[in-house]
Design a protein around this ligand. Structure first.
Ligand SMILES: [Mn+2]
Length: 430
């Protein structure tokens, strides 16, 4: 373990030389290009549109400090999903510079079309992205340089590197990048890797974080919170995701600089309990009624039963149950949840939308990672496109999209068709 850490520290010890040697140098050209652009916007309004999970909240926190450093006071808009109806509302309301973070990588083209040259848009994301040629929309995403954003860099870390490339000031906030990375489970292989490790290393040097080895895993103790990163990340997600409808994400961004006050901590715990109750009830329901079954999928619809929790809940729920005894380990697990019509920071959206979350149980995950079964990063965007939906956050073993209500079964059929095509009739066996 020691050797493992030392190797990484050696490689990542200097952002200005060490890192460039072992990754595609173009990545830093992009960072520098984006940094130069953002620095050149004087006196413009800046709006940060961010995701509502721990990584998205940490991203918003780091970016807002960067904006402050550049002399702007940014406006924050927290959204659960990227969708044309939401993007339209945002671009109708605000001008100047709009930064999307921890989401939007795949939506650059759609955003560019809706934006129609009005604002300068940065998309700082670590999910799979499509490159775009535009004078107004710029995508900063390690996936475009062949670096996995799922494994080596969280959105919070990416924003940290962006900030860090502009000024050493950024180092003050290295601990926030660590929380974001852990929030996205980038420590799942035993510790954070790659760029996330670089941020961790800086946080250690700044005396913000201590690494503790616990059995087969590292845990990162955040001095500022007097608490471990995984625990802090969980509170942030409680506030941002469970408390989305109540705008608790505002508190979540605030606590990253001010710490938890009793009231906010209580709120987070209360939301956590509410989620636990809702999830428990849903597990009982699924155990009693079972899933809807396809050849390769098992799916369910929670309708509005998780309300007032945000629509991230259905993804968390899938994550929670994916390896439970009543779930088939070889089938893709898919959950649907109705999207509310009110987006707190934006207002009412004219839509009938459903959030889809897909997860791979561990058994299937192994097949996907070995390339035996197709990953969700391929299946979900394709199936959602086929029914006119929008995929934004897609990884190999976890992905989400938004489709129109009533198109759920059609989505499943498309999904099944795609798996069948990929497997060419083979069964999923190890
Ligand atoms: Mn993320």
């Amino acid at each position: 373990m020691r050797f493992f850490i030392a190797t990484y520290l050696f490689q990542l010890d200097n952002i200005n030389s060490g890192m460039e040697e072992f990754i595609d140098g173009r990545f830093f050209d992009w960072v520098d290009d984006a940094a130069a652009k953002i620095k050149s916007f004087k006196g413009e309004d800046i709006t940060i549109v961010h995701h509502n999970d721990a990584d998205g909240i940490c991203s918003a926190a780091i970016l807002s400090k960067l904006c402050e450093y550049l002399g702007h006071s940014p406006r924050l808009i927290c959204i659960e999903k990227v969708h044309p109806a939401i993007v339209e509302k945002i671009h109708e309301k605000v001008d100047g510079v709009i930064i999307y973070t921890d989401l939007g990588g795949l939506a650059a083209k759609m955003i560019d079309e809706i934006n129609a040259g009005r604002s300068y848009v940065f998309i700082i994301d670590h999910h799979p992205a499509k490159p775009i040629k535009s004078d107004h929309v710029f995508v900063l995403d390690p996936e475009l340089g062949g670096i996995s954003g799922d494994v080596f860099v969280s959105a919070a870390t990416l924003n940290y590197i962006f900030f860090r490339r502009i000024t050493e000031e950024a180092k003050k906030y290295a601990y926030i990048a660590v929380i974001g990375a852990v929030g996205d489970y980038h420590d799942r292989s035993g510790g954070v890797l790659g760029f996330d490790r670089f941020a961790l290393q800086e946080a250690i040097e700044e005396n913000q974080v201590k690494v503790k080895l616990e059995q087969y895993k590292e845990r990162y103790f955040i001095r500022f919170f007097n608490e471990y990163a995984d625990v802090v990340a969980k509170y942030l997600t409680d506030l941002g995701a469970c408390g989305y409808g109540m705008r608790c994400y505002r508190d979540a961004v605030r606590v990253l600089f001010e710490g938890f006050d009793e009231e906010t901590l209580e709120e987070a715990k209360k939301l956590d309990k509410l989620r636990e109750e809702k999830f428990h009830a849903e597990i009982e329901r699924l155990k009693a009624n079972g899933f809807n079954e396809g050849d390769y999928t098992q799916w369910f619809h929670v309708e509005d039963r998780f309300s007032p929790l945000g629509v991230k809940s259905v993804g968390e729920f899938c994550q929670l149950i994916k390896d439970m005894i009543f779930v088939d380990g070889k089938k893709y697990l898919i959950g649907f949840q109705n999207m509310p019509r009110i987006i707190p920071d934006i207002g009412e959206i004219e839509w009938n939308a459903v959030k889809m979350s897909g997860r791979a149980p561990t058994q299937l995950e192994r097949l996907i990672l070995r390339g035996v079964a197709p990953g969700l990063e391929l299946l979900v965007p394709e199936a959602s496109k086929a029914v006119g939906g929008f995929a934004d956050a897609t990884h190999k073993i976890a992905a989400a999209c938004v489709i129109e209500r009533g198109k759920e079964e059609e989505f499943i059929q498309e999904f099944e068709k795609l798996v069948r095509l990929e497997l060419k009739g083979r069964k999923l066996t190890e």
